[in-house]
Design a protein around this ligand. Structure first.
Ligand SMILES: [Zn+2]
Length: 411
């Protein structure tokens, strides 16, 4: 989505403040000779920023304001190495709450609702984001935090909470527990606001039915406020995001070249008004696309599609970016296939080839089935793979995360 004049003006303000603050990113801009951003070309010439930069700033090198203005910090759980610390000013905290309140509103949640919040509180941005948004909206926050399912269920019944905030895995656990105890008629939930990890259609349906709720996917990351910078709506076709506070561009993850609306790539975020830790062209490694055109729900804010995974999972073949999720979606259409599959990409006789191994229960002729699946992949993704159908149980199983994509071109 083309950057607008008003967004450019805000980026320009951010750049000037960064340079004046002489923080990590300000120094980088100064060294690159950047003093102002007037045009789209100026914007696109700005260097990307990465999580690695934020690690280099540890602990507070990313701060662009005087320390007296910092009212809070959050930290993202670094699975490897140094954590990342993001400082917030009073305005950042307020802006985040406003965004989260907008999310609740878009989901049809009002000040009449009682919101049971099960994500964690503390350094993590999740719980406190749900909480601040609820208070901004004027709803009743029930700050449970994670775990203690017994008490969660008790409060759900006794307080008749109407909204649940949760990760998809905890929402599923609660749904199964409510089902197992046959207590659906004793709870009053009507909506679920669910953290934006990638989750499948089947799991989604189970959560909806198990808890009797409509679900909304919320998007966000600690480096950019936290959860609440976007949410899905009743149209269930992507997530709206608040483009008066953040600018989103989609780039080719391999080359960094911006892609037109509608094309899949990596989400890159520029904060437009953030004070504590402004970020310019921050690479999220989340894969999505801008959904062109207006949303049937009537909300005028632009949309990104549901996340397709991380850019580290993507493979490029014959000029087409392919995500394992797209192949999965095709395979899900065939009940005669198991959930297991393997994708192998190799370079044979001068060209790239994708082989997809799938397992079947044997109710259909193997060659006929292979042909059908190959045709469907071609129709949806744009090239024809070699599909190999094997018997149930032939593909390797793993107790941990099963590796499904093998790019043998570079091995
Ligand atoms: Zn909508």
């Amino acid at each position: 989505m083309k950057i607008s004049e008003s967004q450019l003006k805000l980026v320009n303000d951010q750049v000037r403040r960064l340079v004046a603050s002489d923080n990590y990113f300000g120094r980088r801009l100064r060294e690159a000779g950047v003093t102002e951003v007037r045009t789209e070309a100026d914007f696109l010439a700005l260097p990307f920023s990465e999580k690695e930069d934020l690690r280099n700033c540890y602990p507070l090198g990313v701060s662009a304001v005087d320390e007296r203005e910092i009212v809070r910090i959050h930290s993202s759980s670094g699975t490897t190495g140094t954590p990342v610390i993001i400082p917030y000013t009073a305005r950042d905290v307020e802006d985040w709450a406003v965004q989260f309140a907008r999310c609740y509103e878009l989901a049809g949640i009002t000040s009449e609702d009682r919101i049971q919040i099960t994500p964690g509180y503390g350094l993590w941005t999740a719980g406190i984001g749900f909480q601040a948004g609820a208070e901004k909206l004027g709803a009743m926050a029930v700050p449970m935090g994670p775990g203690n399912t017994e008490k969660q269920l008790q409060f759900m019944v006794d307080l008749q909470t109407t909204v649940i905030g949760a990760t998809s895995s905890y929402a599923l656990l609660l749904a199964e527990e409510v089902e197992r105890r046959g207590m659906l008629d004793r709870i009053a939930l009507r909506k679920g606001v669910i953290g934006s990890e990638r989750w499948g259609r089947k799991m989604r349906e189970r959560v909806k039915e198990g808890l009797g709720i409509q679900v909304y996917d919320i998007y966000g990351l600690t480096e950019v406020y936290g959860p609440g910078i976007g949410i899905s709506c009743d149209a269930e076709d992507g997530m709206h995001y608040w483009d008066d506070l953040i600018y989103i561009e989609i780039v080719d993850p391999a080359t960094g070249v911006p892609l037109p609306d509608g094309e899949w790539g990596e989400i890159v975020i520029t904060t437009l008004v953030k004070e504590g830790a402004p970020l310019i062209r921050f690479r999220t490694h989340d894969l999505s696309r801008i959904i062109p055109g207006p949303c049937p729900c009537g909300c005028g804010f632009p949309r990104i599609d549901s996340l397709q995974g991380r850019s580290d999972d993507m493979v490029k073949i014959k000029g087409v970016n392919v995500f394992p999720r797209q192949i999965e979606e095709v395979l899900q259409e065939y009940p005669q296939l198991s959930s297991e599959y393997q994708i192998r990409i190799s370079h044979l006789e001068g060209r790239d080839t994708m082989r997809i191994y799938v397992e079947t229960d044997g109710t259909q002729d193997f060659l006929e089935l292979a042909d059908e699946v190959a045709h469907e992949v071609k129709r949806r993704i744009g090239f024809t793979p070699l599909v190999k159908v094997v018997e149930l149980g032939v593909l390797p199983r793993s107790e941990k995360k099963t590796r499904r994509v093998f790019d043998e071109r570079y091995e």
